[in-house]
Design a protein around this ligand. Sequence first.
Ligand code: SAM
Ligand code: SF4
Length: 327
Amino acid sequence: MTQQLIDQYGRSIEYLRLSVTDRCDLRCNYCMPEGFKDFNEPENWLTFDEIERVIRLFGELGTKRIRITGGEPLVRKNLPELAARLAALPGINDLSLSSNATRMKKQAAALQQAGISRINVSLDTLKADRFKNITGGKLEKVIDGLMAAKEAGFHPVKINMVVMRGVNDDEVEDMVQFCIDNDFTLRFIETMPMGDTGRGASLQYIPLNEIHDRLAKKYTLVKANMNGGGPARYVRVEGTDLRIGYITPMSQHFCDTCNRVRLSVDGTLYLCLGQEDSYPLRELMRAGISDDELKQHIQKAINLKPEKHEFSDKPEKLVRFMSMTGG
Ligand code: SAM
Ligand code: SF4
């Protein structure tokens, strides 16, 4: 009989977001503090063997979907090799990747061959100077990376845009057109108060129903479904293939259907993006526990999954910022 991970609120945990590094070549100002250098040391990173082992056990416990993330996952060396090892594990039937795409141009084909089926790319603006202001990096590299992903055969390629008032909200329609022209899927995300950086950006928070109402004046938007859509609610722009997803952790949270946990690069399981509950697995693994024992610890960790985040009630509570957990 296949085992299942069920938390104390009856939610089945089928989805794991795996952070392969907390480092990043960009510094998006809502994510990582400027000049931040206090990263995990390499000896604390789970090795590929350790990652493969944990994911194999999650697979045996009913986890079907893995998303590789970070920090920026493509800064971890030999990522396609890890992806191929994970894609080959029994029970794992959906392996996807979140990336900023700065290094995608070189790696897109190898990632495709490794068995990654879907890619999400962060892109908040189509203006080079703005991109520089928000991320510290070069827009051109991301556009090249996006095109390389498309050419390598990834479909859909989803663009994640964090919408911020007075920063990039005037570009929502341009981004819609860009995605129509390039056959990308577009998702808008509300800023979350994660760490000081996220809390700073939350000053520019926009509830996404505002964006939806604005777009509905220009386009006919019809309800749509999307495979692997996660918590996003989708509409399609009539007369086009474009799907737009709204991810609304703040204005309309989706905690009651949350099916995911996060494993950070140092082997800590985080049970909720918006809470501090966590369970360290690395030292246990390095102490030589058996697979069965490790599975019992995973189940114990799942029992700690809180009912809901407290971003709105206690925005000051969360000191971790996004790239530490694995967004
Ligand atoms: N580096 C990769 C990327 O940017 O896609 C993967 C990791 S990144 C932490 C994952 C997602 O978290 C990105 O889409 C990013 O926009 C989002 N993110 C980071 N900090 C956030 C915040 N404070 N509020 C909302 N989204 C945030
Ligand atoms: Fe890096 Fe992604 Fe965070 Fe931007 S959102 S700083 S690209 S980890």
